[in-house]
Design a protein around this ligand. Structure first.
Ligand code: PMV
Length: 354
């Protein structure tokens, strides 16, 4: 695959509509938005690094409003995919991951036509806020529409997974289960919705905490943990117990039980990260202070719990009546850059584009 930079004529072609007359039937420019998701029982360990197949199942919740908007424009003049992320040319690592998704879509469409891709994140990258999950879910949704490939959401999640494992969970909205699957080709490692946002309209407060030293990307971190953390296999075993526990709590809308298992699973993943060599310390001082504050609030009856991915930022899930109290208590913590009040939201969907 060849790549061109954003200043090339090919990249600038993203800005103008592709002539439908030149494209094969069924191909057109398409745009999609996908939300970030936050895992309640985490994915930290792969059984296949190429296909992003997990060692354990995981459960997540989609977060409304924050995510990625992606436009895919098939273009007969390109001999390689071109990509802009937040108006900057994508780096080589991102292009390799995008290439996996695009290759699989082209294979399904039976074409060699390449595309220009433009992604805009409404969530900061590298703060542990799953911007790669929203990015690849939006790419899968937009690319399949652009190439005229009709897939159900389960199959679409398998395409998104090729870019980033957790992206499969952003295809569906609400509460989502990602099956580990058994097959080597990953065809049974798909995501499915287990409850809609309307089924359980929980709120979320995103606690943005600025980045400290450069973080280890999740793929590299998982590999290091698998190779060196003495807690790694214990964490994977824990996930096999925590996933059914999460599913039970979601089915019965038992907030206390969901909070208990989610916080425990999050801390077990971070214990595994901390015990990796060299230790993966994703937290900042503010991250720890937010955890203590949420627990203090809960002790006085506020329905809230925290969870944290591979970065310093924290997601606090809460019942509607708890949002104000959570924001007041957390807003003043030094190191907290911003709070976003949001809620459990829908999944990846096509959007009109000009
Ligand atoms: O999908 P990736 O490669 O970005 O990995 C995500 C890993 C965590 O966010 C830490 C956990 C999870 O389940 O999302």
């Amino acid at each position: 695959m060849t790549h061109e930079d954003a200043s090339s004529p090919a990249a600038s072609s993203l800005a103008r509509p592709v002539s439908g007359a030149n494209l094969p039937d069924g191909m057109q420019r398409a745009a999609a938005f996908a939300p970030i998701n936050i895992a309640l029982s985490k994915y930290w360990g792969k059984r296949d690094y190429e296909r992003n197949l997990p060692l354990a199942p995981s459960v997540s919740v989609c977060i409304a409003e924050l995510g990625t908007l992606t436009i895919v424009a098939p273009n007969l003049d390109l001999d390689g995919n071109v990509m802009l992320i937040n108006d900057k040319p994508a780096d080589q690592k991102a292009l390799v991951r995008v290439g996996r998704v695009m290759r699989s879509v082209r294979a399904l469409a039976g074409t060699e036509v390449r595309a220009g891709v433009r992604a805009v994140n409404t969530v900061p990258t590298a703060q542990g806020l799953a911007s790669s999950a929203s990015a690849f879910a939006a790419l899968a949704r937009a690319a399949t529409a652009a190439y005229g490939v009709g897939l159900d959401d389960g199959a679409l999640s398998g395409i998104a997974r090729l870019g980033s494992g957790s992206a499969c969970r952003s295809v569906h909205g609400g509460f989502v289960l990602w099956q580990r699957g058994e097959r080597d080709d990953g065809s049974d490692s798909l995501a499915e919705q287990i409850a809609t946002p309307e089924d359980w309209p929980l709120r979320a407060v995103i606690v943005h905490i600025g980045e400290g030293p450069k973080k280890t990307p999740s793929g590299e971190g998982m590999r290091l943990s698998a190779d060196t953390s003495p807690f790694f296999s214990a964490f994977i075993d824990t996930c096999f117990r925590d996933v059914p526990e999460c599913l039970g709590a979601i089915a019965s809308r038992d907030f206390e039980r969901l909070g208990e298992v989610s916080e425990a699973n999050c801390l077990a993943m971070h214990a595994t990260m901390l015990a990796t060599r060299p230790g993966l310390i994703y937290w900042q001082a503010a991250t720890v202070e937010v955890m203590h504050t949420v627990r203090r609030l809960r002790a006085v009856g506020v329905a809230a719990f925290f969870t944290i991915d591979a970065g310093p930022s924290v997601v606090v899930l809460c019942e509607a009546g708890a949002v104000d109290g959570v924001c007041t208590a957390i807003g003043g913590i030094p190191g907290v850059v911003k709070l976003t009040r949001t809620r459990v939201g829908g999944g990846a969907h096509l959007v009109p584009h000009g």
